[in-house]
Design a protein around this ligand. Structure first.
Ligand code: GDP
Length: 304
C-alpha cells in the first residue's frame, strides 16, 4: 500500500490504515518542501510526523513533535537571543541531529531518513519525495517567503498571491520511490493540503506520469468550503482553485480515479462524473482512532 502524505491530515488516515495493515506493508512518500535548516540541522516536519506516528512517539494532540517532549534547548537558544522559527522539542531535535549527521557524512536524504526511521523503530517504508532540496515559497503582499516563515513565523496572515516549488525543476525521482511505485497498482492521496503538501510531491520530475498509470484514490481535505485545519483554503484560492472538494478534484484532475469526499459535503456528483471520477461519500472527519480506522476501511474498499 502506497500513500502520498503531508504532515497532518494524511497521518490521521495513516493511523487508521495501520489498524488494518501491518506497518511493514505501508510505504509513505512524504512531502519535503516544508523542510528547512534550523540551528544547524535539517528539520523535515512531515517526515518527522509520519516517522513518530509509526514509531509510537507522536504527540497526537498537536500532530507534530514527540509526546511529552521538553523544550530546554529551544528556550536556552531563545533566551540567548538566537530565536528559532520552529519551537523544536529536545528529543525531536535529536532526530534532526541524527539525520543531519548522516547527510553531513554524505548520505542522501532517502538514506538518512531510512537510518533515522529504523533507529526510532518505525516499521513503515518512509520515503522523502526526492533527495534534492525543494521549497514551497509563498508570494505574499509583504514579499516572498518560505512556507514555514509564512505559516509559523507570520501565522499565515499575509495575503497570498501565489505559490512556487523552488528547486522542483532540478529533481529526479529516486530509485526507492520508483521501486515502491512499480510494486503498486494503487496510489492513495491522503487528505493533505493539495498546494503545499501533495503539489510538491507531484512536481517532482516524472512523478505525475508514474502516478497517472495507477488507480488513484484521494481523500478530500476540504469539508464544505473550508479545510479542516491549516492554510489550504487561502493557498487554493490564491492558486486559482475553488475552496471545495470540487476544487481539490480539479487540482488532481488528470490523476484521479476515485475521490472520497465528506458525507456532509454538498458536492454534486455530476461535477466530477464529467471528469470521469467515481465519488464516494464517507465521514472524513477523523477525531479518534475509530473514525480514522473507519475512513481507512472505506479507502481500502476502493483499491483494485
Ligand atoms: P501539513 O503538512 O501540516 O500542512 O499537513 P497536511 O497537508 O497533511 O494536512 C493538512 C490538511 O489536512 C488540511 O488541509 C486539513 O483540511 C486536512 N485535515 C486535517 N484533519 C483532517 C480530517 O480529520 N479529515 C479531513 N478530511 N481532512 C483533514
Amino acid at each position: 500500500m502506497l500513500i502520498l502524505s503531508g504532515g497532518t491530515g494524511t497521518p490521521k488516515l495513516l493511523s487508521g490504515l495501520r489498524q488494518h495493515v501491518p506497518d511493514e506493508g505501508i510505504t509513505v512518500v512524504v512531502n519535503t518542501a516544508e523542510d528547512l535548516w534550523v540551528s544547524g540541522n535539517l528539520v523535515c516536519p512531515d517526515i518527522d510526523t509520519v516517522t513518530y506516528l509509526f514509531a509510537g512517539l507522536l504527540d497526537m494532540d498537536k500532530w507534530w513533535g514527540i509526546a511529552q517532549d521538553t523544550y530546554r534547548t529551544h528556550e536556552a537558544l531563545t533566551s540567548a537571543g538566537q530565536g528559532e522559527v520552529l519551537r523544536l522539542g529536545d528529543r525531536d531535535r535529536a532526530t534532526h541531529i541524527m539525520r543531519s549527521e548522516c547527510i553531513r557524512q554524505g548520505a542522501s536524504l532517502t538514506e538518512a531518513v531510512g537510518r533515522t526511521t529504523r533507529m526510532l523503530g518505525a516499521g513503515a517504508n518512509i520515503l522523502p519525495m526526492c533527495d534534492e532540496s525543494v521549497s514551497s515559497m509563498i508570494s505574499t503582499d509583504t514579499g516572498t517567503m518560505h512556507f514555514q516563515d509564512f505559516w509559523v513565523g507570520q501565522k499565515g496572515r499575509p495575503e497570498v498571491l501565489g505559490v512556487e516549488y523552488k528547486g522542483a525543476e532540478n529533481t529526479t525521482i529516486t530509485d526507492a520511490v520508483c521501486k515502491a511505485m512499480e510494486q503498486e497498482d494503487n496510489i492513495i492521496i491522503g487528505p493533505s493540503n493539495p498546494i503545499t503538501s501533495i503539489g510538491p510531491i507531484l512536481a517532482v520530475n516524472d512523478m505525475r506520469e508514474l502516478i497517472r498509470s495507477k488507480n488513484v484514490v484521494a481523500v478530500s481535505p476540504i469539508i464544505g468550503c473550508e479545510p479542516v485545519s491549516g492554510p489550504a483554503g487561502k493557498l487554493m484560492s490564491a492558486c486559482g482553485y475553488e475552496v471545495s472538494s470540487r476544487g481539490v478534484a480539479r487540482f488532481y484532475e488528470d490523476l484521479l480515479d476515485v475521490f472520497v469526499v465528506d458525507e456532509r459535503d454538498g458536492l454534486g456528483l455530476r461535477d466530477l462524473e464529467e471528469m470521469n471520477v467515481a465519488v464516494v461519500s464517507a465521514d472524513t472527519m477523523m477525531t479518534s482512532p475509530e473514525t480514522s480506522a473507519a475512513l481507512a476501511q472505506v479507502v481500502m474498499g476502493q483499491l483494485i
